[in-house]
Design a protein around this ligand. Sequence first.
Ligand code: SN0
Length: 350
Amino acid sequence: MIGPAYSLFGRGLGDSPLSNVGADYFLVQLPEREMNKFISAFDIPDFAAFLQEAQQVKQTPFAWKTLGLNKTIGLIFMNPSLRTRLSTQKAALNLGMAPMVMNIDKDGWKLASGEGVIMNGDAAEHVKDAVAVMGQYCDIIGVRSFPLLVNREEDYAENIIGDFIRYAGVPVVSLESATRHPLQSAADLITIEQYKTTPRPKIVLTWAPHPRALPQAVPNSFAEWMCAAGADLTIAHPEGYELDPKFTDGAKIVHDQAAAFRNADFIYAKNWSSYHEYGQILCRDRAWMVDQAKMQLTNNAKFMHCLPVRRNVVVEDAVIDGPHSIVIQQAANRVVAAQVVLKRMLEAMV
Ligand code: SN0
């Protein structure tokens, strides 16, 4: 159960009316929402109402089972997915929508992008045409596309999700783009609200080692959402792993992991590759793995990770299998987060 107060962490996103949120706030009829995309925290201007809707969806997931009647969602994957793929389908089914899933990297034509490109190479179809066609078959389109981690400006320009928004003609949901994973962060916010025992818990996002170079999307997004919610967020990472500051404004950034863990209420582990030395692995120090000894420094902190996780590299078995691990409940909340987002999009259509 999400707590009754929805206090968020003290302040709200931008100029939204979230500060001093009181019980009466929820009696006010919200203005009709336009929702033609969900790509970042800024597509949710009302976190308190979002959390209230999440609680309703959690309690009565089938209460809107005709809202999506005769509507179709296309889920387009350019990269692997387990939780996002299944939880978004489940959310759509709960709303009465029909999901269509395509692994476009394996089953589609190779896509070209960019203006004026002469298509005499591998690519058989331009993304403009493919996306416009998908928009004819779908009422909502979700897309997953990881960064290439080669050219930072290209990845951070978010061209692929931008092309979907430009050409689909229907609302677009990010299923993890080059720089953000908003459905994950929405589920993380719901999970922290559910498990927090103090109004403004100490939340620590810690870098952890990994054998491969991973995107910054999950930590960028987590920091963006937590900072937008006014959370008490500390980010611990080795030097050189600073994230793009546009996501971390409001967070404390430290290089001493043990100091960060002291008195923490939530430990969120995640690896990412360097933003400054773009896409590089700068540290392989196993001492950054989250283990029992470090968890003992915390205030009985809950352990979170977006999954998939490399056991005994990112986190010790004893922690992820232990009583304070909430990774499965966190994954369960992926359905709730996706359902609130799709529900809002459907409601804005009628
Ligand atoms: C992705 C990432 O962005 O870090 C998806 C997380 C939801 N994770 C991976 O690609 C893990 C790959 C691996 O080899 O462990």
